[in-house]
Design a protein around this ligand. Structure first.
Ligand code: 9L3
Ligand code: MG
Length: 127
C-alpha cells in the first residue's frame, strides 16, 4: 500500500490550495499540495520534500487531521497541518495557488478525494 501526504499551510485565516495540472481528469481542480511518500521517508519528511519541490517553501511538522482517504486499491492519502518556516509559495508544479478563507473554500472545485477534509478545514479556518 502506497501512502500520499497532503499539506495544509495556514496564514491569516486562510489555507493554501493548489490547482493541479495532471492527470487530465484532475487538471484544473484544486487540492492540498503533496505527493507520495518515498521509501524510508516519514510523513513529515515527505511533506517537507513535496512542498519544497512543488511550492519552494520550507515547512515543519505534520499534525494529521481528518479521515484517511483511499485512492484506488493501492494508495491511501492523509492530510497534515504543517508550519511554514520560510519562503513564499510559488506554483512550481501547479497551474496556480490561492489562499482561501472559509467562505471561498466552499466555492473551490476541489478534487473529489480532498473533499473528505472539508469539515476539518472549515473548523480550522473558523477557530
Ligand atoms: N492526490 C489527491 N489529492 C491530493 C494530493 C496531494 C494527491 N491533495 C492524488 C493524486 C494522485 C496521487 O494522489 O492520484 C499522487 O499525487 P501526486 O504525486 O500526483 O501529487
Ligand atoms: Mg503532488
Amino acid at each position: 500500500m502506497g501512502h500520499v501526504v497532503a499539506g495544509a499551510v495556514f496564514r491569516d485565516g486562510r489555507v493554501l490550495l493548489a490547482q493541479r495540472t495532471r492527470p487530465p481528469e484532475l487538471a484544473g481542480r484544486w487540492e492540498l499540495p503533496g505527493g507520495k511518500i518515498e521509501p524510508g521517508e516519514s510523513a513529515e519528511q515527505a511533506l517537507a520534500r513535496e512542498l519544497r519541490e512543488e511550492l519552494g517553501i520550507e515547512v515543519r511538522g505534520a499534525d494529521r487531521f481528518g479521515p484517511p482517504v483511499q485512492l484506488g486499491s493501492d494508495l491511501v492519502m492523509c492530510a497534515y497541518r504543517v508550519d511554514l518556516v520560510s519562503g513564499e509559495p510559488r506554483p512550481l508544479d501547479h497551474a496556480a495557488l490561492r489562499w482561501v478563507d472559509a467562505k471561498e473554500l466552499e466555492q473551490m472545485d476541489l478534487v473529489e478525494a480532498d473533499r473528505a477534509w472539508l469539515p476539518a478545514l472549515r473548523d480550522m479556518l473558523a477557530g
